[in-house]
Design a protein around this ligand. Structure first.
Ligand SMILES: Nc1ncnc2c1ncn2[C@@H]1O[C@H](COP(=O)(O)OP(=O)(O)OP(=O)(O)O)[C@@H](O)[C@H]1O
Length: 272
């Protein structure tokens, strides 16, 4: 079996995101164990793994939505991270026009007491145009197709203009054409120097579009250039590591020094 790639890829400056012995979970039951890695600014990263591997858990924590059980997570302030959760929790019946929903992406500029200016309106319309939704400005959210809604949510991300963008399965319910358009936006953000991390299941898509991959199976399996991470042995190892997990197991109590070494820590408390 080839050695795991656990070193960070070339890292020209301070990392955009740094995880130190990070353990995450719910109600004190760990779901992701002792992950340590550094993601360099400007990285375009796919986050992959079997079902239940902890991908959504990890990306929620990166977005500042889930407090770590232990370990450390360093990154920009929460308001400088643009985050799109899985199957957006947006209430479509909420009576709001598309432009107003998208304009929420400008919150960091406008603020609670700020005035929505002609310039803000122009930015909204430009963002809508860049996702192909010109003419939809006044439409209610409940009138949009799944693909149109996903385009609108990407327009909101454009307006957030955050240095770090985190997306959880953004192409799960959209057709090929919409996926291609949204992938083009990801590449544009990458060219602009943003750090982009995306949870994905389609490994062909990962190979085609993502220079870096993080393979998770409750623990870090491999991290680095996609071709080196997405190998048959790594994927087989991820499947083997994922299978025995028991969500009812007690809190993991591996000592940090030991736990920081991948596959070496003894506790893996969530395992049966
Ligand atoms: N809110 C929650 N409360 C309790 N347990 C949770 C919660 N969310 C996720 N889990 C558990 O954490 C573990 C990891 O789940 P997570 O959703 O992070 O995996 P995933 O890799 O994103 O899975 P999938 O590919 O199926 O979407 C699972 O065992 C899941 O049941």
């Amino acid at each position: 079996m080839p050695p795991l790639s656990l070193a960070s890829p070339a890292e020209p400056s301070a990392p955009a995101l740094e995880l130190r012995d990070l353990t995450l979970g719910y109600d004190r039951h760990p779901a992701v164990h002792h992950v340590s890695l550094r993601i360099a600014p400007g990285s375009l990263v796919a986050l992959v793994g079997p079902n239940g591997a902890g991908k959504s858990t990890l990306i929620k924590a990166l977005a500042g939505q889930l407090k770590p059980l232990s370990g450390e997570l360093r990154g920009p302030a929460r308001q400088r991270i643009a985050w799109l959760p899985q199957h957006s929790e947006l209430d479509r019946s909420f009576p709001v026009a598309l432009r107003d929903m998208v304009a929420m992406g400008l919150w960091h500029r406008v603020g609670a007491l700020g005035r929505f200016t002609a310039e803000h309106r122009r930015l909204c319309d430009a963002a809508l145009a860049s996702v192909g939704l010109t003419g939809f400005e006044q439409r209610g959210l409940d009138t949009l197709s799944g693909g149109q809604l996903q385009r609108a949510l990407f327009a909101r991300l454009i307006l957030q203009d955050a240095p770090v963008v985190l997306l959880d399965e953004p192409f799960a319910a959209v057709d090929n054409r919409t996926t291609d358009d949204l992938l083009a936006l990801l590449h544009q953000w990458h060219r602009q120097g943003k750090t982009v991390v995306v949870v994905l299941h389609d490994l062909a898509q990962v190979r085609a579009h993502f220079p870096l991959t993080l393979l998770l199976a409750r623990e870090l399996v491999a991290w680095g250039p996609t071709a080196q991470v997405l190998t048959e042995p790594h994927w087989a190892r991820a499947q083997r590591m994922q299978e025995p997990f028991d969500d009812d197991a007690p809190l993991c109590e591996a000592p940090p020094a030991e736990a920081a070494r991948p596959h070496a820590h003894p506790a893996q408390g969530a395992r049966a």
